[in-house]
Design a binder for this molecule. Structure first.
Ligand SMILES: NC(=O)c1ccc[n+]([C@@H]2O[C@H](COP(=O)([O-])OP(=O)(O)OC[C@H]3O[C@@H](n4cnc5c(N)ncnc54)[C@H](OP(=O)(O)O)[C@@H]3O)[C@@H](O)[C@H]2O)c1
Length: 279
């Protein structure tokens, strides 16, 4: 399938790099990018065909991936609506709902909405996917193959769950960095220099994640196994429970989902407001 990316920034570059690594032919890929230096970089690094003009870039495309910033998407979609070929449209813009994108595309509904996360940049992401009923099973499979180039994928059947995806895996890497920072700080306070504290914290997280992924036990079982009665881990976990760490963390993720809903409303409203002169 001929594939065009609109927006050739970090995420598009990660996806193109991942696709080529998994055997896709760069000659089927085009990128529409407004920045000339970035166009040259994309052509040089990946051998994809760069375009400045959207109509020329999407002509004959069978799939179009929208990879511009959410705030840029309404303008891009309105421009695309005037030259849209018979193609599947995949959007990776955070927060933009299918109904809003569809409106900007003049009612077009063959849209897959994807929400990747930053580890996609090192091909270790997880992407939530949603498609309305107008998208065929073959088109869903095609969209999934594109996002799978940057890591794991997970379909949701109800679009409102994309706010939950945003709160859990979209914002999730930041929570993990926060825990790593906290463990690093504790290691520093207990006598290690910065470099060693960071090394201890990072390897502990990486090792625990690998163990949890490869084990048939649940994380709760793995935790119970290292928590001996009267031991050091038990003492630490008692402090965490007493401080309300788990409940606070769960509340934090709920708050992120709520904020995602609010931002989705605002991002979908903005262009209509602009059309009305901001009323
Ligand atoms: N990075 C992540 O981990 C991540 C995670 C989840 C979702 N996403 C979503 O992925 C999307 C892309 O993110 P990103 O980090 O890749 O952003 P980015 O690096 O800023 O990439 C967007 C690119 O599109 C270009 N562009 C802007 N307007 C354009 C137009 N009209 N026509 C063609 N190209 C245009 C931008 O050029 P200028 O820089 O000159 O404006 C930039 O090079 C965002 O919607 C974001 O919400 C990203």
């Amino acid at each position: 399938m001929r594939l065009t990316f609109i927006g050739g920034g970090n995420m598009a570059s990660a996806l193109i790099g991942g696709l080529i690594r998994t055997g896709w032919d760069p000659s089927v890929m085009r990128v529409v990018e407004i920045d000339a230096a970035q166009r040259a970089r994309l052509a040089q690094s990946f051998g994809v065909e760069p375009h400045a003009d959207i109509a020329a870039g999407v002509a004959g495309a069978e799939c179009i991936v929208l990879a511009v910033k959410p705030q840029q998407l309404a303008g891009v979609a309105r421009a695309l609506a005037t030259c849209l070929p018979d193609a599947l449209v995949v959007t990776i813009a955070a927060g933009i709902r299918v109904s809003d994108l569809s409106r900007w595309l003049g009612g077009y509904r063959r849209i897959v909405r994807a929400m990747p996360n930053t580890p996609a940049l090192v091909l270790a992401g997880i992407t939530g996917l949603y498609a309305p009923a107008e998208v065929s099973a073959a088109e869903r499979a095609y969209a999934q193959r594109i996002l799978a180039a940057a890591g794991a994928t997970l379909w949701v059947e109800d679009e409102s769950l994309m706010d939950a995806v945003t709160a859990v895996s979209g914002s999730g890497p930041a929570y993990v960095f926060y825990f790593i920072e906290a463990l690093e700080r504790a290691a520093f306070e207990l006598g290690f220099n910065d470099a060693d504290a960071q090394r201890l914290a990072l390897h502990t997280f990486a090792g625990a994640v690998k163990l949890a992924q490869e084990s048939t036990d649940t994380p709760a079982q793995l935790r119970a196994r290292v928590t001996s009665k009267g031991g050091t881990t038990e003492r630490a976990l008692e402090v965490l429970e007493h401080e309300g760490a788990r409940a606070g963390f769960v509340r934090a993720v709920h708050a992120a989902a709520e904020r995602s809903r609010e931002l989705g409303e605002a991002l979908g409203r903005e262009p209509a407001d602009a059309q009305d002169g901001g009323r």
